[in-house]
Every structure is written in structure tokens, then in C-alpha cells.
Design a protein around this ligand. Structure first.
Ligand code: CP
Ligand code: NVA
Length: 313
């Protein structure tokens, strides 16, 4: 088995995905491919390490892939279910961080507010990994671009259309897509555009990588000729009270057979899941042979093992 070096000089935490340079990201994908191809070579990478996972929101994929990944690497994990109260309610986030750093070697957190995660990271002298916040979902976007690289053999100039809400998923696709040199086109309804500062940063990085970032209004314009079409829920976790209003606003942004037909002939469909069939995507698209949703889900495991290896060993 060829040895693959851990990418050097990666920052301690993974909070946004913008911590890594395009070159570090390329090395990172190589490591993830190596771990996927040769899992046995990494069985004791985290031996003797204990991680904690703090989740303020529910999860299937993120929880199971992190817990499985940590076990596969020889480490152990303590899951703290924080869905009944917000982080910081029982005791200050600073105290949580300062306690945890005395016992465990890493923290994986799913939070409502990115600021809570930033505060954990500022105060904990162990790596903190974002397992989804209101702003970003870096682990998912890393797995998604890794999946696209497997599929298309390269990411430079790859045309990815994101249709729907300018949410955490959209932000992370912009951050990572720019670093991969991809051509990311986003179409959202008015008032649901991605955060302007995140778009500006992605455009700056895309100038270096010869990628391209476009923020559009019409879904057809984004999807036309795209090799990958991505959508996410219209109401994210925590926005349930807006569901009815959003179903009206986003109706024209459904990824259905007619919209998907405007993509390239070999186009793939992606969704981070959970999905609502009949709302943001029709069964005819998400359950078609073009859909690679379960490859994305599988790659969460391999990519997160590479994240743990990079930040903790
Ligand atoms: N895609 C994703 O993060 O799924 P979960 O919410 O089930 O973790
Ligand atoms: N935007 C979604 C992603 C779920 C993985 C949410 O935050 O609920």
C-alpha cells in the first residue's frame, strides 16, 4: 500500500471549510481516496483517542458515519444528545469547552448557531469539527465534491447547479466548489440568496483556481448544461414554522424531470438528505439512475475518516 501523507499545516479545526487552501484540499481528497481503498491500513489511527459528539439537532447520516468512522479508526466516541436544550443554557459554552479539552481529544458538534461552534473552538484546545450549523455543512460538501471527483475524474470546470434555498448547504458548496475550481451556479428565489460575504469569498478563491461562481434567479439558467444538479430542503432544521410559506415561494424551484432534462446528458443528481419527495425534488429525479444520493451518503464515512485523520493524528 502506498503511504499517503497527512496534508500538512492544516488548521486545527474544521468550522467552515474555508480553513483549507485549494492545494490542501487536493491532498485531502487523495487521503480520503486512500482511506476508502485501504481501510485496513488505518484501523489504529485513532487508537486510544476519545471524541465527543454534541448534537443540538437530529441526525442519521452525520451521527452514524462519524461514530462508525471513529470506531473504524480504533477510537471511541461519547455522544451527547443536546436536542432538548441549546448549548450554553445549562452552563456557558466556554466552560463546556474547557472541561471537554481536559478529557477528550476532539469535539464534533451540530449546532443551531455558527457562533456557538466558534465559541467552542476558541475555548477548546482540541480540534472542533462542524457537523452542521445554520451557516455551513462542510463535511457534507467535502463528501459531495469527493463523490463528483470519483464520478467525473476531475473537478476543474465541473458545472454544478444548486437550486433552492441559499442555506448552509449552499454556502458549503460555494466554499468547497471554489477551492476545487468548479463552476458553481446557484439559483434561489428573491430574498433567499446565499450570504453575500460567503459568495464574495468564494468568488475570490475561484479567481485563483479558475473556477466560477454565479448567483442567479432562474433555475433553468443554473441547470442548463450542468453536469451535477443539487438541491436541499426548502425549510431547514429550525425553520419548520416557515414550511407552508416556503412551499409557495420555492414551488418554481422544484427539481423535476422537466428541469433536470435541461442539464447535460450524463448529469447526476445530488441531495444531502433527508429529502422531501414531491417538494424540492420529484421521485422521477431522485430515484432515477441519474441520482447519486447513496454514493454521497457512503462517502460521508470515508471523507470524515480522512477529516479525523487529518486533524487528530
Ligand atoms: N446530510 C446529513 O447531514 O444528514 P443528517 O442530518 O441525517 O446527519
Ligand atoms: N439544510 C438542511 C441540511 C440537512 C442535512 C438543514 O440544515 O436542515
Amino acid at each position: 500500500m502506498d503511504a499517503v501523507a497527512t496534508p500538512t499545516a492544516l488548521k486545527h479545526d474544521l468550522l467552515t471549510g474555508a480553513e483549507w487552501t485549494p492545494a490542501q484540499l487536493r491532498d485531502f481528497f487523495r487521503l480520503a481516496a486512500q482511506i476508502k481503498a485501504h481501510p485496513d491500513g488505518y484501523r489504529s489511527a485513532l487508537a486510544g483517542r476519545v471524541l465527543t459528539m454534541i448534537f443540538e439537532k437530529p441526525s442519521l447520516r452525520t451521527r452514524v458515519t462519524f461514530e462508525t468512522g471513529i470506531a473504524n479508526l480504533g477510537g471511541t466516541v461519547i455522544f451527547l444528545d443536546h436536542t432538548a436544550s441549546r448549548l450554553g443554557e445549562r452552563e456557558p459554552i466556554r466552560d463546556i469547552a474547557k472541561n471537554l479539552e481536559r478529557w477528550v481529544q476532539g469535539i464534533v458538534a451540530r449546532v443551531f448557531a455558527q457562533e456557538a461552534l466558534d465559541e467552542l473552538a476558541r475555548n477548546a484546545n482540541v480540534p472542533v469539527i462542524n457537523a452542521l450549523s445554520d451557516k455551513f455543512h462542510p463535511c457534507q460538501a467535502l463528501a459531495d465534491f469527493f463523490t463528483l471527483e470519483e464520478r467525473f475524474g476531475g473537478l476543474r470546470g465541473l458545472k454544478l447547479a444548486y437550486v433552492g434555498d441559499g442555506n448552509n448547504m449552499c454556502h458549503s458548496l460555494l466554499v468547497t466548489g471554489a477551492r476545487c475550481g468548479a463552476h458553481v451556479r446557484v439559483a434561489t428565489p428573491e430574498g433567499y440568496e446565499p450570504n453575500a460575504a460567503i459568495v464574495a469569498e468564494a468568488k475570490r478563491v475561484a479567481r485563483e483556481t479558475r473556477g466560477k461562481i454565479e448567483i442567479l434567479r432562474a433555475p433553468e439558467e443554473a441547470v442548463s448544461g450542468a453536469q451535477a444538479v443539487y438541491t436541499d430542503v426548502w425549510a431547514s432544521m429550525g425553520q419548520e414554522s416557515e414550511t407552508a410559506k416556503r412551499e409557495v415561494t420555492f414551488a418554481a424551484y422544484q427539481v423535476n424531470e422537466a428541469l433536470f432534462a435541461q442539464a447535460a446528458r450524463d448529469a447526476v443528481f445530488l441531495h444531502c438528505l433527508p429529502a422531501h419527495r414531491g417538494l424540492e425534488v420529484t421521485p422521477g429525479v431522485i430515484d432515477s439512475p441519474h441520482s447519486i444520493i447513496y454514493d454521497q451518503a457512503e462517502n460521508r464515512l470515508h471523507v470524515q475518516k480522512a477529516i479525523l485523520h487529518t486533524l487528530l493524528t
